[in-house]
Design a protein around this ligand. Structure first.
Ligand code: NAI
Length: 335
């Protein structure tokens, strides 16, 4: 198939071209640096598939536009699919395929990295030492050993987080209708959301963003959490009400925040804005807290993950081309 690849960075073209060669897929790949939007849809003219990333908004208007160009497949280079209007895609007979699992370890390890860095203030220590400031005041952390960590969503990534934290000697609580066998084997305790929020020293989010999980962590949830708790979000920005979090941080009702995703990240992440004046005051306020650590949606960004993403993406398109369906098609469902 001819595939227009949106939001292409150098690493995307490198890994996709390699996978196209190694897998003998024979797809014609057209790389464009722009995001998919109604303005850029026409770049897909002549392509049977488009390949998009997390901040390409495939809303109903865009999906209908793509259908008018005879695009048959939207291939997501991601596990999350909250940025695609699945109902519109269904109506337009456009197949949506995703990469359900590439490296749960990449994201899980990054989530734990955020916990370790925030707890021991490594981000502050790094800057201090470079300034020949070797004082320890303000760098006091806690032992992870013996602490309670609450994992919301124990799918592929949440289960790996549980395994890693089990190694640290943490007590692990989880909230998910699905009780992952690996978590059960580790002795993870499945509880209600309220119980998890109230008891956890660290709360880490690993469920998808859906209408049901939008602002899962809101003012009420924050009120339920321990005032010294650490909140980690490597899943999707919309899970957290950022304004409520800022209020909690200002009132010292939240111990620390580590995020790899942000509600309005579409206007910021994946670009070099170091010469720009950032207009997002909420994001700018977050940056002022010493107990907030932000990374720009890089949890997935390992060699192993990029290779797996490229291979599965092209495999998905080849499957649709050959058989008309793929095991990685996204189905509309509710939690
Ligand atoms: P998964 O589908 O294997 O697991 C998700 C789990 O969340 C499932 O067990 C499901 O039952 C549970 N869940 C759904 N709704 C829930 C709710 N309301 N409350 C509690 N649990 C709920 O997904 P996987 O691979 O573990 O990925 C999780 C999320 O991580 C993705 O949806 C994606 O948004 C995010 N992600 C972020 C990346 C990054 O680079 N920052 C990279 C990859 C994924």
């Amino acid at each position: 198939m001819k595939i227009t690849v949106y939001s292409t960075k150098r690493y995307d073209s490198q890994f996709l071209e390699q996978a196209n060669r190694d897998g003998n897929h024979g797809h014609e790949l057209v790389f464009v640096p722009f995001r998919l939007s109604n303005l850029t849809c026409d770049l897909a003219r002549g392509s049977q598939a488009v390949c998009v990333f997390v901040n390409d908004a495939a809303n109903a208007e865009v999906v209908e536009h793509l259908a008018s160009l005879d695009v048959q497949v939207i291939a997501l280079r991601s596990a999350g699919y909250n940025h695609v209007d699945l109902a519109a895609a269904g109506q337009c007979s456009i197949k949506v395929v995703r990469v359900p699992a590439y490296s749960p370890h990449a994201v899980a390890e990054h989530a734990v990295g955020l916990m370790l860095c925030l707890n021991r203030k490594l981000h502050r220590a790094f800057n201090r030492v470079r300034d020949n400031n070797f004082r320890l005041d303000g760098l006091l952390g806690f032992d992870l050993h013996g602490k309670t960590v609450g994992i919301i969503g124990t799918g592929k990534i949440g289960a790996v987080v549980a395994q890693i934290l089990h190694g640290f000697g943490c007590h692990i609580l989880a909230y998910d209708n699905y009780h992952h066998p690996d978590c059960i084997a580790l002795g993870v305790n499945y509880v209600t959301l309220t119980q998890l929020l109230a008891a956890s020293h660290i709360v880490t989010l690993h469920c998808p963003l859906t209408p049901d999980t939008h602002h899962l962590i809101d003012n009420d949830a924050l009120q339920t959490m321990r005032p010294d708790a650490m909140l980690i979000n490597t899943s999707r920005g919309g899970l957290v009400d950022t304004s409520a979090v800022i209020r909690a941080l200002k009132a010292r009702r939240l111990g620390a925040l580590g995020i790899d995703v942000y509600e309005e990240e579409g206007d910021l992440f994946f670009e070099d804005l170091s010469d720009e004046v950032v207009q997002d005051d909420v994001f700018s306020r977050l940056l002022t807290f010493p107990n907030v650590l932000i990374t720009g949606h890089q949890a997935f960004f390992t060699r192993e993950a990029l290779q797996a993403i490229a291979e599965t993406t092209l495999h998905n398109v080849s499957e649709i081309e050959r058989t008309g369906s793929s095991e990685n098609e996204v189905k509309l469902h509710r939690f």
